[in-house]
Design a protein around this ligand. Sequence first.
Ligand code: NAG
Ligand code: NAG
Ligand code: NAG
Ligand code: NAG
Ligand code: NAG
Ligand code: NAG
Length: 454
Amino acid sequence: MAGAKFIIAFALLSLVFLVIFLSPINHIHNYLSISNLTSTSTATSRLLQDESVPKIKNNDITLARIEEQLAKARGEIHKAIVEKSLASRNTNGSYIREGTIYKNPFAFLQSHTQMIKTFKIWTYREGEIPLMHNGPMKFVYSVEGDFIEEMERKGNPMVARDPDEAHAFFIPISITNIVYYLYKPDEAIGFRQRMQTIVEDYIGVIAERYPYWNRSNGADHFFVSCHDWGPSISSGNTKMFKNFIRVLCNANSSEGFIPIRDVSMSEFNAPFNNIPAVSSGQSPYNRSILAFFAGGIHGFVRERLFQYWGNKEDDDIQVYNYVPKGRNYTELLTQSKYCLCPSGYEVATSRLTEAIYMGCIPVIIKDHYVLPYSDVLDWSQFSIQVAVDKIPEIKRILHEIPFSKYLEMQKKLIEVQRHFMVNLPAKHFDVFHMILHSVWLRRLNVQLNSFDSP
Ligand SMILES: *[C@@H]1O[C@H](CO)[C@@H](O)[C@H](O)[C@H]1NC(C)=O
Ligand SMILES: *[C@@H]1O[C@H](CO)[C@@H](O)[C@H](O)[C@H]1NC(C)=O
Ligand SMILES: *[C@@H]1O[C@H](CO)[C@@H](O)[C@H](O)[C@H]1NC(C)=O
Ligand SMILES: *[C@@H]1O[C@H](CO)[C@@H](O)[C@H](O)[C@H]1NC(C)=O
Ligand SMILES: *[C@@H]1O[C@H](CO)[C@@H](O)[C@H](O)[C@H]1NC(C)=O
Ligand SMILES: *[C@@H]1O[C@H](CO)[C@@H](O)[C@H](O)[C@H]1NC(C)=O
């Protein structure tokens, strides 16, 4: 198409979506004034003032088609929000109950439906195992390997057949594997840089070979890392990673995690097999322990917790370094009303999913942790959040929760379980779809414009 010139513009209209998701239902009408939003949204100004936005040529027809599909999806979501309609109210009316565990069930159900219908992802083929196209599928970082596996699974309906039909691009690098295969303690000092170089080289190759990275300056590209060091890949070259979507377990907002761009992903420990068991646990009427934790004293949050509550003869708040002799960890989770989930060496902890899997209300003890899928999920409905300096007050905080409120939260917790479940292959609304939905929302918030110039 001679004479056609393309520029990238970040959409005025589309930027409202995350804001809509982040707002409680009652306030949606306030946020629907688009002109208002675009003038006040910090995200908008962040992107519109971006001087690194490139002017490039590209295949206009494919890009226009992609953007048309996204525009249509935005329209449908917008409509569902305005009309407060659930995507399939008649057939699946009870599937997502109104006003419970979601910030906006109308937006979420419609957006998930649109994602399933529309979203296509291209996984770059470049690179070799074990550092690329492969990742851990056991233990605490297993979500990293599982996700890569799912994206490369033959028959995954969200896989783009051709990069030209993709709405987003996945960089299949495993930071956990890079650390596992390359890290040597005596080279610790230069390791972070070495890791950064591997990722930057990879991006250099795909940006040279294909038009997609340059077209968006990385804004429709993402990677997934559960490793503690995942966030640091971008610290060596902030310009390159300015728009890149980092999907991280270690979502520490005081270490550069930006909720409107990055995605907080849940961590789970898969010790025995790939699929952790999920159960409703004991009935909420028959949970005899008020609050329970057992685990290592990793990091300052847990030091604080142990300082006040560790290994004491307190019947209400049971905090152990090791599971008491003759007791079973999983069973203790199912017998507790509340499970303490303190941050470890980093903000995220697999305790959170363990608690959810066993129907035990998570008491998330953290500072600066952006909770997983919190664009969509209203964590206050099924968890308790305690700031680190409130650790001494945990007992009082939990005692003050009326039993009826506990029962209501526990019921919602059971409803939220499916969003944390691991299925290979992925199923609708499970943890992989929650991760993908988070990427989908961030993609919807960006528009790559093409238009003709004279
Ligand atoms: C924008 O919306 C906010 C919140 O609804 C409102 O308080 C404010 O007056 C609006 N501003 C404009 C310029 O309309
Ligand atoms: C309703 O939910 C079931 C899963 O429970 C799903 O298989 C079916 O496709 C859904 N129907 C619609 C119209 O979304
Ligand atoms: C993308 O931009 C980089 C840096 O400006 C350049 O080296 C590369 O050739 C570009 N890629 C394509 C496919 O044009
Ligand atoms: C209550 O919990 C105990 C273990 O804590 C279990 O042995 C018992 O079967 C449970 N009772 C009911 C009715 O679920
Ligand atoms: C602990 O209990 C769970 C659930 O009842 C059971 O599957 C597991 O085998 C038990 N573990 C041990 C070490 O006994
Ligand atoms: C989060 O980041 C801040 C700032 O770097 C750091 O001080 C804190 O230790 C981090 N949180 C955890 C739990 O590691």
